[in-house]
Design a protein around this ligand. Structure first.
Ligand code: F1P
Length: 613
């Protein structure tokens, strides 16, 4: 191996642990820090992007390194998981008037839905009553679109929970907020603490409790951190906190990636172990939990052992996006939900159009089994069945578009084959991700019709379908993130053109501006507000308005952060910034052009801007 390769490997190893140092971006919680591994991801090749994503994902499973951070496999984390699993086990043994509620915002709410559906299905298969419910801020439409404003409403969270649990005797409430930050979830946790006779709250997130959000919430007296402190006082008896650190996201703050994967790993481990114990008349043990989590670690390794094929997919999808084409995930079974979730997240994460990356699930809403049922009438964005694909997308499909099939050996291969033939009439840019079982000898007639095939073989187990889901999530996250990186949406490892639709994203935007421009937070906030309201001077009624007013206005505007950034970098007016952005439609190019012209490149774009914090 060449010396440069070895040097790079060495620097990757030291970058892997760098974020754990107390001096590394100390003003950010782990979930918002930028990952030292990916600082040049925006300039990387498809193969290297996959390698970087694999290195970031590996941080999820890193063992305790003796720092102040607890990790997935830390004793304290596993012990709390054990206690929660035993509580679920008790509910399964005596389910009368009891509920296990999984709740969250954005990705966390989508995963709550995915897991509640999966474990209710497992109960139905055993002819048992279902006990799981999900809550997602913004209701079912948030499963497919971004409804981030509801995330900021603690009272709404509380009322939704109260209504759902009316008349129940016992409720285990699992609130998921990767950043320990969503007001919607804080309101629910607080409500549980106030009604300990019925509710036991569990918080799942990926920051230490000392990094829980401190900002006040509209119309609410407590901060997230104060709610967490109250939970800590009850910890281990009436309240549980599961919060290992999994390292910063590959794209800063993009908690749909590791945050989502780790949520799935932790909660599926807890729930699956509780099911096994309750239905085999045993008890959940530490070893069972550890074995399952190690199983997920193997899913990670097996999936990324196919890095070359993942890179091919990412490159193809990137080319489609670059030339105005579309990427469609056509999935069968529960992989359909994974596809829908990944695709829908591209809209808020990358400011993508819903047609850029779009998911379709074989049986549509029948397969979804969501509370509010068929949402098709809400608009074409909510048309998710394969028949919708056939009527809305297929007629105009061409080689510019990428189609990715996701299916397993449990799905109706005949149905997959029919779809393949229809797609092939329009494009040869067809790829497949297939999960099979060891000993599976079926002839791969579908693969023969695809330009690339990613076949993964798994040992048979009762939880293999959940492993397929995680594996598919890793692949799709890599495809959607990597293709947007190739499209030029990312600068360094920041998504600059983010939608400023809630208070977390508002503050993230200000910090990105600060990091890129090197000027004070106050100046950055002013520039952001000018871009949001499209004014050159800020009148009193804007400066005195609350963040909710700002985010509501921002949700109706495009490219506010790039606009503010250009203004800050070259000290120009909004209209000049607009024309500069027009001449550089790729955000990364626009930022670089400004940095070069203002000679900020060496002095202000670095990571050394801490002095202004
Ligand atoms: C919830 C969330 C994310 C989404 C975006 C806005 O975050 O909706 O899922 O990607 O960042 O916030 P959290 O409460 O799980 O930290």
């Amino acid at each position: 191996r060449s010396l440069t390769m070895e040097k790079r490997d060495f620097s990757e190893i030291s970058d892997t642990c760098k974020w754990e140092s107390p001096d590394y971006e100390p003003w950010f919680p782990v979930s918002e820090k930028s990952n030292p591994l990916t600082r040049d991801i925006d300039k990387s090749s498809p193969n290297h992007i996959v390698r970087l994503l694999a290195a970031c994902d590996a941080q999820m499973f890193q063992k305790d390194t003796g720092t102040s951070y607890q990790r997935l496999f830390s004793d304290s984390v596993v012990l709390t998981m054990l206690e929660v699993a035993r509580t679920v086990e008790q509910i399964l043994r005596d389910p009368e008037d009891s509920l296990v509620v999984l709740s969250g915002c954005g990705t966390s709410g989508r995963l709550a839905f995915l897991m509640a559906s999966c474990f209710n299905r497992a109960l139905r298969d055993r002819q048992q009553n279902t006990v799981y419910c999900y809550i997602i801020a913004g209701g079912d439409r948030a499963l497919l679109t971004s409804q981030e404003a509801s995330e900021d409403d603690p009272k709404l969270g509380m009322l939704t929970l109260e209504k759902l649990c009316e008349g129940k005797r016992r409720v285990l409430f699992i609130g998921i907020s990767c950043g320990l930050s969503a007001p919607f979830v804080a309101g629910q946790l607080d409500f549980c603490l106030k009604h300990p006779d019925i509710y036991t709250p569990v918080l799942v997130g990926f920051n230490p409790v000392t990094q829980a959000r401190e900002e006040t919430m509209p119309g609410y007296s407590l901060t997230f951190r104060e709610v967490v402190q109250r939970m800590e006082e009850q910890r281990g008896q009436r309240a549980f906190i599961i919060n290992p650190a999994v390292g910063p996201e590959a794209i800063s703050g993009s908690s749909r990636m590791k945050g989502g994967s780790a949520t799935k790993i932790l909660l599926e481990t807890i729930l699956a172990a509780a099911h096994t114990a309750a239905f085999t008349n045993t008890h959940v043990t530490r070893r069972v939990l550890l074995d399952m989590m190690r199983g997920y670690e193997r899913v990670y390794s097996v999936t990324y052992s196919h890095s070359d094929q993942i890179a091919t997919l990412l490159q193809t999808a990137g080319l489609s996006l670059q030339c105005g084409g579309r990427v469609c995930y056509l999935s069968w079974g529960s992989l359909g939900l994974v596809g829908l979730i990944d695709a829908s997240e591209c809209i808020p994460t990358f400011g993508a159009d819903y047609e850029d990356i779009r998911g379709f699930i074989s049986g549509g809403y029948q397969d979804m089994d969501n509370i509010e049922g068929d949402l098709t009438s809400l608009g074409s964005q909510f048309c998710i069945a394969h028949e919708d694909f056939v009527s809305l997308v297929l007629p105009t499909l061409s080689d510019r578009d990428t189609v990715l099939l996701l299916y397993t050996c449990h799905d109706d291969v005949g149905d997959v084959e029919k779809m393949v033939h229809r797609v092939r009439e329009k494009t040869s840019n067809l790829h497949s991700l297939y999960h099979g079982l060891e000993g599976d000898t079926a002839v791969d007639s579908i693969g023969l019709l695809c330009s690339s095939v990613l076949n993964i073989t798994w040992p048979s187990s009762s939880t293999v379908h959940m492993q397929w889901e995680l594996s598919s999530k890793l692949v799709l996250n890599a495809v959607s993130t990597g293709s947007h990186v190739l499209k030029g949406k990312i600068y360094r490892n920041h998504m600059v053109d983010l939608q400023v639709t809630n208070s977390k994203l508002y503050h993230r935007a200000i910090h990105i501006l600060q990091k890129m421009s090197g000027v004070s937070l106050t100046q950055c906030e002013e520039a952001l507000l000018k871009a949001i309201y499209h004014v050159e001077q800020l009148p009193e009624d804007i400066t005195s308005a609350g963040v909710t007013t700002h985010t509501l206005t921002a949700s109706r505007r495009n490219r506010v952060v790039p606009l503010a950034l250009v203004c800050l970098l070259i000290g120009c007016s909004l209209s000049e910034a607009e024309s500069r952005l027009e001449s550089h439609p790729v955000v990364r190019d626009a930022v670089e052009a400004c940095l070069t012209s203002s000679q900020h490149l060496t002095s202000s774009a670095g990571d050394q801007n801490s002095t202004n914090h």
